[in-house]
Design a protein around this ligand. Structure first.
Ligand code: ATP
Ligand code: MG
Length: 287
């Protein structure tokens, strides 16, 4: 599949209305769930093993979305293929007092993966140019007042890009997904959380009240997508009205990303290989 059309081009203005929320190609849900997605999961698991064995590079996957767009389901259906031993999923919730007492990237630093590992950010440092912006939460962030001016969001875009470039330059690849859902589909999913008892636990009244800020959020997303999609750390806008397609597309992009990283199992030096032969003999002669 050509995943390039879902990538946000560098330095271009972004109008989310130009990006589809729904898939209407020829793939079917059945072939995705029965063949294509499992095949990709298998590939991801193999790549991950090599990444882990190589122990040089790391991967950071960022998931951002409006409420009910399917972040949790994507983690469950795509990243469940990964070995928990080398994967850490971190949810970025409302910051704690301790987190608020630091700069906004502090908690992102703390969630970074070791070499050989994969970090999945369920929300991320991007909340600090989203919810913080839409709800004007800066006064809560203890930042000196003179630093809060009309350039703060542009500065944060630059800071985030620098942070991500720094990680790239140190061997960590960053992939960013925005699950793009329509307002109508979100309404249906929130209704389902009310109407279907087994989904009640997912319902949160604030998800409904946040809908009043829908267009402010979309604008904040457009701004950050335009400013922080770079050649090395691109954003992908994933049509998310059909869960099966968004999961599959994320898995396709992940396979592409791994193909580029192409992690290699380490080759043992000849003297260690000879060592193995000797230990084999010892074991074979053991009772
Ligand atoms: P679900 O889909 O299960 O609801 P979620 O990611 O929405 O998952 P919640 O606990 O419902 O999880 O929401 C986390 C909340 O924390 C979001 O409303 C998000 O905007 C908020 N949040 C995250 N980072 C920040 C931040 N830096 N400042 C303020 N609020 C934040
Ligand atoms: Mg929520």
């Amino acid at each position: 599949m050509n995943t390039d059309k879902y990538r946000v081009k560098v330095g271009k203005k972004v109008k989310l209305q130009d990006f589809p929320t729904s898939y209407n190609g020829s793939l079917t849900k059945e072939e995705v769930y029965e063949q294509l997605l499992p095949a990709n999961q298998e590939k991801l698991a193999q790549y991950q093993e090599a990444l882990y064995a190589e122990n040089r590079r790391g991967l950071i996957i960022i998931l951002q979305a409006m409420d009910a767009a399917g972040k949790d389901g994507t983690i469950e259906h795509v990243f469940s293929a990964l070995n928990p031993q080398g994967t850490v999923v971190t949810p970025f919730k409302e910051p704690s007092d301790e987190e608020l007492d630091h700069d906004y990237l502090w908690r992102a630093f703390r969630a970074l993966p070791r070499r050989g590992n994969i970090a999945v950010f369920n929300r991320s440092h991007y909340e600090d140019v989203l919810v913080t912006r839409v709800h004007n939460l800066l006064p809560k962030q203890q930042i000196p007042e003179f630093l809060v001016d009309d350039q703060i969001w542009n500065r944060r875009f630059r800071e985030i890009s620098n942070f991500e470039q720094y990680l790239t330059d140190n061997g960590f690849t960053i992939v960013k997904f925005f699950l793009h859902i329509s307002k109508e589909e979100q309404k249906q999913r929130l209704l389902a959380r009310i109407e279907e008892e087994e989904k009640n636990w997912k319902f949160s009244a604030s998800d409904v009240s946040e809908r009043r800020y829908w267009s402010e959020y979309q604008e904040a997303y457009e701004d950050l997508l335009a400013h922080t999609s770079t050649e090395s750390c691109p954003w992908y806008v994933i049509p998310a009205d059909r869960k099966w397609f968004s999961r599959y597309l994320v898995s396709e992009i992940m396979v592409d990303v791994f193909e580029k990283i192409d992690p290699q199992f380490p080759e043992l030096p000849p003297e260690e290989k000879a060592h193995l032969e000797r230990w084999k003999e010892v074991l074979e002669n053991d009772d």
